[in-house]
Design a protein around this ligand. Structure first.
Ligand code: GLN
Ligand code: ZN
Length: 761
């Protein structure tokens, strides 16, 4: 029985690649230094998989930045503005596309399906001259072979590549990207031929777009593409790998009828219906690469349960045709549990990071072949049992309270218009009130204070004193700038999710559980392992301290339940919505404590609400229902006079605007300036919004200081589509990554613009 890994994290167990990349970009080390670190990482990953007994070990899943950008390089699809003159693409051109250079900005980046990984979006038009311009796939195959490891080279499949692309700027939005198929397939043929010549026996095409909602045209593109490649592929075993969701019956049919294809890789963790499709009809003589080990999460596999799934599948596809695999690339999980020194043994026994998942895959393959490692399976079974019964996981009161929320509705009793009136009587704000999103610049000094407090190097008293001073500085500055609704600046927070997770029960934190987000950037999501509750107030002390420093309204500042959920590794032993409801109840307690402490404006950030939207449209409504419900649960208990704000850093949500309205916040502040004002188009098209709304008036991602005129101009554009009395004036997002030298003049101009327009109303 064979074993396979779809792909593996590139960063290294201690983010070695990140540091090598950043040092190279800073010109502190040479290209050779970077190549050496990369080659060492690849070699150790291959050796590790070989030592674990994996039969199909992937190559070309390493990347200096992004695998889609690697495919763009392979195809020579470099946008003309990067001035590439042909030949093999080197670091200069590659990193210019990824990160921009002194004269040209980077290519667009977007989320890889519903993961937190971001890829560089290919820009294609009818005039692209495709050419074979990066031999990376072949080079990596040969490199592994020289190390004694025969790998299965991985390429992004041609159809997914095109479906993930966007039309270049100068072509119409309607440009049919799939029309480029005949132009890119010849390059694929060259690569395939070279891989064959180098000795490859297998090849893997990642075609994850097969799990999306596709029309018949798009499905036909798969059929056509592989028919065209069939002759070139003959003599090779061809694996088409799909992941992240169930396949529709049509997509499954298309996949299993592809010409020249011998193996199908399917995500069986998210693909419960896919299992039924396999059972009802699997083509004779083909291989099933059964993705039973979850590449998206950090939990140890339930080996006994996987084994029985695999045995059932084996009866369908045949003994020598079943290959045990991961549900998707392990890129989306943490790297190696061995480096977790701070987690206790019990929690550790429940987890498996990439390195451990490789071992699990192999153990399952062995067990299927009749060589079950009894000790390994027994240890796994007892870890599963301990997770089920551990008092750290279960809190019955929380479970009852959360279960009671299902199917119910929670809303504030009064409608938003009446609430806004009541609030205005109390808050007395001018028209076009000004505010900011929460964080103020995080100086090195501030980071040092937090770090030293965490390491017990400074006393709690000293820490509190330092943070209070910082808050005072931020409050004074906002008064000086004459901002209407103030924030405390979030100096006590390292991260908007981690800060709350650390204070809630049911969360654990890793030391090295990094997951690549984009390029050299990684995130370290908290792990939600148990029922969530709030032992004590989390932000009340800081918010009331800040309120005591000013007569103006001070916003309480919380992260919402959906965002906490979407930016964590979530437990897999209950539905996501249940975990979300539990977090919502904890945040509800916090909201009510803030209100009791005299905080009249409370912002509950839902930065990640949009990104939790499932891949398939059929699942959207259900997600939106419980996500929006969770948000409303947090604040359904406050008085009419308490003003609830929410914030989102993403304005491309024309498709979920009704859910946003249904959140029933009193005020929403939204990113607006980077997205061609897509947001305003929603209102231009007639959507009515009765609550307060603050579309960001300037981009905080750039150091550029916007002028008063420019901001006034932006506000005027908003006034053209939104009622004067609901419009707020604020930046796009928090200011934590900016410098005071940028923030002061920018906010000063922002307030000046609001004041100018007030005189003209
Ligand atoms: N309140 C947070 C801040 O200002 C919001 C951050 C975010 O939306 N990503 O930093
Ligand atoms: Zn934001």
């Amino acid at each position: 029985m064979a074993s396979h890994i779809v792909g593996y994290p590139r960063m290294g167990p201690k983010r070695e690649l990140k540091f090598a990349l950043e040092s190279f970009w800073d010109k502190k080390s040479s290209a050779e230094d970077l190549q050496k670190v990369a080659a060492d990482l690849r070699s150790s990953i291959w050796q590790q998989m070989a030592a674990a007994g994996i039969n199909y070990i992937p190559s070309n899943t390493f990347s200096y930045y992004d695998q889609v950008l690697d495919a763009t390089s392979m195809l020579g699809a470099v946008p003309p503005r990067y001035g590439w003159n042909g030949g093999e693409i080197g670091f200069d051109t590659y990193f210019s596309m990824a990160r921009g250079n002194a004269s040209v900005p980077a290519m667009e980046m977007t989320k890889w399906f519903d993961t937190n990984y971001h890829f560089i979006v290919p820009e294609l038009g009818p005039d692209v001259n495709f050419s074979y311009a990066s031999h990376k796939a072949v080079d990596e195959y040969k490199e592994a072979k020289a190390l004694g490891v025969d790998t299965i080279p991985v390429l992004i499949g041609p159809v997914s590549y095109l479906l993930l692309s966007k039309p270049a700027k100068d072509v119409e939005k309607t440009f049919f990207l799939l029309s480029l198929l005949p132009k890119i397939l010849p390059i694929y043929k060259e690569v395939i031929a070279e891989l064959k010549a180098a000795g490859a026996l297998w090849i893997q095409f990642d075609e994850p777009t097969l799990v999306l909602d596709l029309d018949s045209h798009q499905l036909q593109a798969f059929t056509a593409a592989y028919a065209e490649l069939e002759t070139t592929l003959s003599g090779l075993n061809v694996l088409i790998e799909t992941y992240f969701a169930d396949l529709t019956a049509e997509a499954y049919k298309t996949l299993t009828e592809l010409k020249g294809v011998t193996a199908y890789g399917l995500d069986l963790v998210r693909g419960t219906q896919t299992i039924e499709l396999i059972k009802s009809n699997f083509p004779k003589g083909k291989y099933l690469f059964a993705g039973v080990v979850d590449g998206r999460n950090i939990w140890a596999n339930d080996l006994a349960s996987s084994l029985s799934t695999l045995q059932a599948l084996e009866a369908v596809v045949g003994k020598d045709k079943l290959v045990v695999s991961t549900s998707c690339s392990l890129l989306h999980t943490a790297v190696d549990l061995v480096n977790e020194t701070k987690l206790d043994d019990e929690i550790k026994s429940w987890l498996a990071f990439a390195a451990q998942k490789v071992v699990e895959v192999n153990a399952l393959a062995k067990a299927l072949a009749g060589q079950k490692d009894e000790a390994f399976f027994t240890a796994n079974a007892s870890a599963q049992a301990s997770r089920k019964s551990s008092p750290r996981v279960t809190n019955e009161a929380v479970q009852k309270a959360a279960a009671a929320l299902k199917g119910s509705d929670h809303r504030r009793a009064t409608n938003v218009t009446a609430r806004l009136d009541a609030q205005q009587k109390k808050l007395n704000l001018p028209v076009l009130p000004t505010t900011t999103i929460g964080s103020f610049p995080q100086t090195l000094e501030l980071r040092r204070v937090r770090r030293e407090f965490k390491a017990n190097k400074i006393s709690e008293d000293d820490y509190v004193k330092a943070i209070k001073e910082e808050i005072k500085k931020v409050v004074d500055l906002q008064e000086e700038l004459d901002i209407d609704v103030l924030v405390h600046g979030e100096p006590e927070r390292n991260d908007m999710v981690e800060y709350f997770g650390e204070q809630l029960s049911g969360f654990a934190f890793t030391v090295n559980g990094w997951v690549q987000s984009y390029g050299s950037r990684c995130v370290k999501p908290p792990i939600i392992y148990g029922d969530v509750s709030r032992p004590k107030p989390m932000t009340v002390f800081w918010s009331s301290t800040a309120q005591s420093m000013t007569k103006r309204p001070m916003k309480g500042m919380l992260t919402g339940p959906v965002t906490i959920l979407n930016w964590s590794f979530v437990r897999n032993d209950q539905p996501r919505f249940e975990t979300c409801y539990q977090i919502a109840l904890a945040i509800k307690d916090e909201v009510e404590d803030l209100e009791k402490a005299g905080i009249n404006v409370i912002q509950i950030d839902e930065a990640a609400l949009r990104e939790g939207l499932p891949l398939r449209k059929s699942e959207h409504a259900f997600y939106q229902k419980w996500a929006v419900h969770s948000f409303r649960i947090t604040n359904c208990g406050v008085q009419d006079t308490t003003q609830i704000h929410t914030h989102m850093c993403y304005s491309n949500f024309n498709d979920i605007i009704h859910s946003i309205i249904d959140m029933d916040a009193d005020v929403i502040t939204i990113e607006n300036s980077r997205s061609d004002e897509k947001l305003l188009s929603v209102f231009r098209e007639g959507v009515k919004y009765g609550a307060g709304i603050g579309p960001g008036v300037y981009d905080i991602h750039s150091p550029r200081i916007p002028s008063t005129e420019e901001i006034a101009d932006r506000i005027n554009k908003m006034l053209a589509v939104l009622e004067t009395n609901i419009l707020w004036v604020n930046p796009d997002c928090g200011l934590k990554t900016r410098k005071y030298a940028e923030v002061k003049p920018a906010l000063s101009n922002m307030v000046a613009a609001a004041k100018l327009l007030r005189t003209q109303l």
